[in-house]
Design a protein around this ligand. Structure first.
Ligand code: HEM
Length: 236
């Protein structure tokens, strides 16, 4: 249920505080960074000693380190591009799309880095010694790494200073990679879920969300194409 709660929390926050996020984006980036640093420190401490978090704090930490909160922000970024700006929710999300994508990236950094280091230290030696053989596990780790590598340039070029340096067409071309990124995230999550005890609520929630997004995006692109060709035919 952590994903469902994260999704609800992130959606309410983003829609209720759109104006505040737009205006005070630096504060939100700072807050996301503080959370990411705290989560990373806790995860490092977990390797060397046994710090104990309980109850709500433990659930909070899990929500961030497992990627649930970060992915919830990415899902809103996806829908910002798929919803019509004629609808209030679509309009609100569209105005803070860049800010939400930066917050999402900051929040997913500990997940990508901590899990990658854990893989290198704990799992890779076993795999190399032939003591561990799980193709599904390797597949989702590899897909996670590729998704993370794609995310880094998208993250950096979302900041204003980097946007100014890249030409509009180059920026657009680069950011088309976000569709590959979304697909990889979905496959990564599905493989993670298939690898463990299958959580039907999670599989259904992610699949329904990504399927609705895909259909809405295709419809939006088709409408844009039709509108463009109508304008062109009016001018000829
Ligand atoms: C930007 C890239 C990434 C995103 C958006 C992402 C997202 C996620 C999400 C949402 C989950 C939770 C699935 C669930 O609900 O059970 C997950 C699980 C997992 N991811 Fe990633 N991930 C990314 C990159 C990586 C990388 C680079 C690694 C490691 C090299 C990794 C390793 C894992 C592992 C081990 C799990 C299972 C966690 C567990 O069962 O507690 N991920 N990922």
């Amino acid at each position: 249920m952590i994903f469902v709660y994260s999704m609800i929390f992130v959606a309410i926050l983003s829609i209720a505080f759109t104006a505040s996020i737009k205006k005070n984006y630096k504060i939100y980036y700072a807050l996301a960074s503080v959370i990411s640093i705290a989560v990373s420190i806790y995860e490092i401490l977990r390797i060397v000693s046994h710090p104990k978090l309980n109850g709500l704090m433990l659930n909070f930490e899990r929500a961030f380190i497992t990627g649930s909160v970060g992915v919830s922000f990415f899902i809103l970024v996806m829908f910002a591009g798929a919803l019509s700006t004629k609808q209030i929710v679509g309009r609100k999300l569209m105005t803070v799309r860049t800010e939400l994508s930066i917050i999402a990236s900051i929040l997913i950094l500990p997940h990508g880095i901590v899990y990658f280091v854990r893989f290198l230290i704990l799992k890779l030696p076993k795999i190399l010694q032939g003591k561990m053989n799980s193709p599904l596990y390797l597949a989702y780790i590899l897909i996670g790494i590729v998704a993370f590598i794609i995310m880094v340039p998208l993250f950096i070029t979302s900041f204003k200073f980097a946007k100014r340096k890249l030409k509009g067409s180059k920026w657009k071309k680069l950011h088309r990679l976000s569709y590959v990124f979304y697909l990889l995230i979905y496959v990564h999550i599905m493989l993670v879920l298939l690898n463990g005890r299958i959580d039907k609520i999670k599989v259904t929630s992610y699949t329904v969300i990504f399927a609705i997004y895909t259909v809405m995006k295709i419809i939006k692109q088709r409408n844009i194409k039709v509108r463009k060709s109508n304008i062109q035919s009016m001018h000829t």
